[in-house]
Write a protein that binds this ligand. Structure first.
Ligand code: KIV
Length: 260
């Protein structure tokens, strides 16, 4: 199982792989298959069909993290801190302490750059491991008027670099970089000595993360450009359920094999 040290040491030597999970069933399938599992607040969109991640609560994240930790006891698990749970150092400490005390999560993830560095610092100084998240930050969707790709010009790229450095200086062990042009992804990755895990950030980051229901083809509402679909999950399940319904209606199931 990964540790903070082995994740940090992976920089410049191997690519890191992260996947999201929201429940024990799928976490058990993913256990030991990736370096890290993120209990992402994306669960609100893919699991709960909300339009954004903003209505997630700390209680919800605790519920889902407990399930994921049970299913994947051998994988490094990170809990996404929900919108509103880290508006001040005090609130962040209180809510992240709950995550550590009520679940087996190994770390928390916080969205925000320079402006959130004081929060990251206060958490890491109090023994809470923090993964940063910069670039396209889904929790800023309403204040920014949509999901906006970053790093399109020098100024925006420099801001990403400054944000990444501030988060690193504050003690984060790793950073998620989402929705940026590939050149910006490369520049940010080069600018810090902790691993940068990309999602829609091009080829040059230290690793990749994908949302499980996107990459396995279960989420059908939309597919972002950066998602490679490794399975047609929804189609496979639909075919299986249709077959089950047909078998029951035709009397094919249950047959001798399935009765006491
Ligand atoms: O909530 C989430 O799943 C995330 C990933 C997209 C990185 O933050």
């Amino acid at each position: 199982m990964r540790t903070i040290t082995s994740i940090k040491n992976a920089k410049n030597s191997e690519k890191l792989v992260m996947i999201t999970a929201y429940d024990a069933l799928f976490a058990a399938i993913f256990n030991n298959k990736t370096d890290m599992i993120l209990v992402g607040d994306s669960l609100n969109m893919s699991f709960n069909y909300a339009g954004d991640t903003l209505s997630v609560s700390t209680d919800m994240m605790i519920y889902h993290t407990k399930a994921v930790c049970k299913g994947a006891p051998d994988t490094f698990v990170i809990t996404d801190m929900p919108f509103g749970a880290y508006l001040s150092e005090q609130a962040a400490l209180k809510n992240c302490t709950r995550i550590y005390q009520e679940t087996n999560s190994n770390a928390v993830k916080i969205e925000g750059g320079k402006e959130r560095a004081n929060i990251v610092k206060s958490l890491t100084r109090n023994s809470i491991a923090v993964m940063g998240h910069i670039g396209l930050m889904p929790q800023f969707v309403r204040s920014e008027g949509g999901f906006k790709i970053k790093g399109k010009d020098d100024e925006s790229t420099q801001k990403l670099i400054d944000d990444a450095r501030a988060i690193e200086d504050a003690g984060a062990f790793c950073i998620v970089l989402e929705g940026v042009k590939e050149d910006a992804g490369k520049a940010v990755t080069k600018a810090v000595s902790i691993p940068v895990i990309g999602i829609g950030a091009g080829r040059y980051t230290d690793g990749q993360v994908l949302v499980w229901s996107d990459m396995l083809g279960f989420f059908e509402k939309f597919r972002p450009k950066f998602v490679k679909q490794y399975l047609n999950g929804a189609d496979l399940v639909k075919k299986a359920v249709e077959q089950y319904a047909e078998d029951v209606k035709s009397g094919k199931f249950p047959n001798d094999e399935f009765i006491y």
